[in-house]
Write a protein that binds this ligand. Structure first.
Ligand code: 6PG
Length: 261
């Protein structure tokens, strides 16, 4: 099979980006619901939840433009080993930016937060989160990897995504679905993360990266490859991978952009 390329969509403003991201998420949501009655999506932390909220909380423009959160099963692509009400918690961030703003009849079917009784043992924290995935996706004997309908990810200034950092041994993990990390270069150091095989097997992977602070790493990811975590996802997922960026984030990037239709 010929190798496919990721889709790079660059937008003139945050508003236009949010509109396109909304259309993309709805398309993915509808496909997931058609496939198995729910939409299984995992989200990252960082700036993503805010962008996502801007995209998804906008009023519907008609019958084809409906976000049905009641069919969403939300997971965390990575999570920091902190209590759920801690300022560093990705759950707390998604809750504050998005979940708390949804009406009662639009609460998600499930929001899979980490089990904070295991904060003292992050291997156990990761193992328990993997069990949450097993319970939702099927037993590890029957499926090699869980297949998310959509992963919504950010890209760090060093090319990391989820809590998969450049040069880290976790990039070589082939067995676990969820892994602990104790030495994250981005604070806080203790986290759990989906592993690279899980990320690259999703039906769709969407990255959101905005601002001029991202342009150097975007050049490395798209024009040099360089084995960075985001580049590894691009390589393995090909055209299942879509980047929603603004113009400043891709200034000087020569990789061909696509028009979002
Ligand atoms: O919990 C985390 O730290 C994130 O999941 C991390 O992978 C994030 O998505 C990137 O660091 C990009 O963050 P920004 O969008 O804030 O640049």
């Amino acid at each position: 099979m010929p190798k496919t390329q990721p889709n790079l969509y660059a937008f003139p403003s945050g508003d236009v980006l949010a509109q396109a991201l909304r259309a993309y998420v709805i398309q993915s949501q509808n496909a997931g619901i058609e496939r198995h009655g729910v939409f299984k999506v995992a989200v990252s932390g960082g700036s993503l939840p805010k962008t996502l909220a801007a995209a998804l909380l906008a009023p519907s423009s008609g019958p084809g433009d409906v976000v049905d959160f009641s069919k969403w099963e939300i997971f965390f692509a990575d999570e920091r080993a902190v209590p759920l009400d801690h300022a560093d918690s990705n759950y707390a961030l998604v809750k504050a930016e998005l979940l708390d703003k949804l009406p009662a009849d639009q609460q998600p079917a499930a929001v899979h937060a980490i089990d904070t009784t295991h904060l003292g043992d992050i291997q156990e924290l990761a193992d328990q989160y993997e069990k949450t995935l097993v319970a939702s996706f099927a037993s590890r004997d029957s499926v090699r990897l869980p297949i998310f309908d959509l992963l919504l990810l950010g890209c760090g200034p060093d090319g990391h995504t989820c809590s998969l950092f450049p040069g880290h041994e976790l990039l070589r993990e082939v067995d676990a679905w969820v892994a602990p990390i104790e030495d994250s270069p981005k604070p806080p150091p203790k986290r759990i993360t989906l592993t690279l095989p899980v990320v690259t097997h999703a039906v769709r992977v969407a990255f959101v990266a905005t601002g001029g602070g991202k342009k150097d790493i975007m050049k490395q990811i798209f024009d040099a490859g360089a084995g960075l975590p985001c580049a590894l996802v691009n390589e393995a997922a090909g055209d299942r991978c879509s980047w929603f960026v603004d113009e400043p984030a891709v200034e000087g990037v020569t990789f061909p952009r696509r028009a979002y239709l």
